[in-house]
Design a protein around this ligand. Sequence first.
Ligand code: AMP
Ligand code: MG
Length: 981
Amino acid sequence: MTTVTAAPLTPAQHGVWITEQTLPAGPAYHLAVTIRFTGALDVDRLAAAVAAVVARHPVLAGAVDEDAVALVPAGAEVTLVVRPGGSGGSGGSGGEADVADLVAAPFDLRRGPLARFTLLRTAPGEHLLCVVAHHLVFDGTSKQVLVADLATAYNGGTLPTADAPAAESIVDTAAAAGFWATRWQEPAPAQLPGLRHAVGGAAVAVPFTIGTAALAETAATLGVTHFELLIAAWHALLRRYGNGTVTTAVELSTADRAAPRIGLHVNELPVSTTPDPAQPFAAFARAVRAQLREMYPHRAVPLSHAVRLTPRAALAPLTVSYRRRAEPPAFDGVDTAVDWLVFPGAVRGTANLQLVEGPSVVEGSLHLVAGSFAAEQVAAEFQALLAAAVAAPGTAVADLALPSTADVPAVGPAPRDTVVDRFLARVAADPAAEAVVCGDRRISYGRLGAAAAGLADRLRRQGIGPGSLVGIALPRTAELLVAVLGVLETGAAYLPLDPSYPAERIAFIRDDAGAALVLTPADVPLSLSGGGDTAAVLPAADDVAYVIYTSGSTGKPKGVAVPHGALTNLVDAMRDHLGAAAGDTWLGLTSLSFDISTVELLLPLTVGARIVLVPPDRHRDAATQLRLIDGHGVTHVQATPSGWRLLLEAGLSRGDLVAVTGGEALPADLAARLAPLVRRLVNAYGPTETTVWSALADIAPDAPVTIGGPVANTTLHVLDDALRPVPDGIAGELWIGGVGVAHGYRGRGGLTADRFRPDPFGAPGARIYGTGDRVRRGPSGLEFLGRVDNQVKLRGHRIEPGEIEARLATHPAVAQAAVVLADPHGPRARLVAYVVPTGEPLDVAALREHVARTLPGYMVPAAVVTLERFPLTPNGKLDRAALPTPAEPPAAAPAVAPAAFAGTGDDTTATVTAIWQEVLRIDDIGPDEDLFDLGGHSLTITQIAVRIRKRLGVDVPLDVFFDTPTIDGVVAAIADLREAR
Ligand code: AMP
Ligand code: MG
């Protein structure tokens, strides 16, 4: 019978014990080694050898005495258990499944013993010995000692008798505390490719190997150890993954090198570096060495003794263990194969990198929770980066080559034809085909072509031609199409001027752009006809097709000039991706001042398809849109996510519809609801500066939302601050190259030069545009992660809060202003303005009016919150995240009897009031209170209208809610509608 004398738990053992008591460590602390024997194994000799090993290392037969905080003899002996192997389990016949079970089986630490030896008969003439021990009494070096002692005993040698427990080495805790006081910082969560929170997933091990020859040579040249070189490479890779300060917990041996014994003789300590991407790898590796060496005098002191540390499974989310292994010893008469790296089936922290260096290779294994990050990629990139570093250690950390999976597609020249050529070809091919449905009017290609040609004639006579810019201030009617085509046919560019914008903004845009003239409805009768009485100069690929203004962060909107080549490329790309053709019917929904209108208007007209125009004031009226979709057999609809929400709310379900969503992030819940109801759901992504859409993704039901891959002749680059590609799965800024890149911002050389840069990956002269969008490359395409700046999207409108803030600040009562988007992803998304008053009287309604005088309605904040002062970040900037959350609408619908609020006492008023209360979640609404002041928006309106239809059987047109947004107004409209029946 083996005995252990009671020995107090060492500090390291105590740490493991505490962790086991406070956290479900699972098998993460189970260490295992296997030996596969081929040949005539003498099982009795092996059993005797096991007994001898346990006699020499009695800790293996120990247990924890909680009260004494000591290791004491276990109640049971440790013996070799012999079993048939390769049975049960799914891991093949070599015993792998049995090993996994043996490793995972729990230890009873209080009862012990803390090790078990199992011999599996895996095949005739083959045995597998599996030794599993708890970390309390075992470590990496212990494996080596164990296998060596087993061999000695098996081969007939004698093992030294049990050593007395080593006197605890004297450690200077005070010195260590002083050392760590300035160095230890709670590590930040690790950034790794494709990192996602994978809950409850099984742990997995990803194996890889690294040749040692080159490693050894470079380590010698640099004067660093293999371990130091490997750690430096791992930290350099982590730096490339966007980790600024990299902290890994490493296991340092505290064993007595002269007489190594089985036990827990390692101490886990943190290594923190902040690699400078520009630093040569060689210098970085030497710095890592210097840092480790500074730490070594304190290697025996557990960190928890030196600093305040909460119990944790691993010191840092990332842990590394490295060990060298000699050739395993021979066992007489049998061949052996030792597996030093048996995976425990659990992982401490986010990832554990295990490296075991043998004579010719380093065997690596990356342990992680399955699916929590792209571990195969990390393993491949670690090998690649290490190979690059070893081959050329003078290379800067940032330039060590990683294998790139981002295929940069070839970019062809821009199409030479323009949309005008395409349209004219359709007119010639089939003049009788229907081009546009506008209310009751149906306009053929021939008629549209004639009117556009007539307008072009007239414009040419007024001196309009290539290089001119013509404003278009028309509502969405057939005449709008005549205007667009007519302008383009002169070779001039069009400038959308949304008639619903404030006059001041229209004037600013017109003047800033330098429009030669502005077309209004009176200028564009459909009855025009002509063609040929002035000399036609069709536009060239590089001529500007349109200039569209987007919000500017410094307070002034900026005009993006898009050439014909880019426009035609986009139209062709969408045609090809969607398989768009002459039989299609598109809904014309979007304002001309959004560039996506080109897809709804010009794409159909270049393929001979039909456009059904949504009346000008109905772009948020989903019921009307649904009627048009159903009534005209619309096959293609493009809308913003908020537009799709309205359509769903109104009852959309068309299995034959191609649904294009874009303009802002597609929320997962919306995708999940929409995808099953339509034929195709396409998520389109793109800034105005790269021509409408630059990336497309087909979103299958249940599939994750991505923005997919590039449209034709487009390159998408995920880059760091220095415009270097970041590895796949790592967040960076999206830069877009290719044919779609616009000319730039009209009249804004500086701004253009800032956002449009020479394309480092493209042909000479090519440019890329920096989108300000954070993305990462995932397995099924680019994932949109948000903005690098403050820009927001509200119902598809691109808004720079700075522009609104600048306007607010021009009000005498406002000293400082900040604008944020509240509830950005839900139907209640709204702008909230925070203002610090000057002291002059501040009237919220007047302030909103002040904003509305120069900015479009969607840029007018829905709420204004006054603050005494703004919260600031440590470096004195506005801390947007610390702004108080604006009051949320009440969470639950009030339980209120409708009749109690029936102002006039009649049923309709009572019902309408009740509906408003339910939908707006406000329990006291006066009959003349304004719906929009109550927080209503288009979705609310749809919900109210649906309930009115259900309960009162009346279909209230949605414009009623805009015209008379009060309960009284709606009740009056219902009365009118009933009378009209
Ligand atoms: P705009 O110039 O109005 O087209 O706005 C472009 C910006 O809208 C992009 O830079 C993105 O921030 C956002 N955006 C457009 N489409 C999408 C989309 N499908 N998913 C996520 N964001 C989008
Ligand atoms: Mg866009």
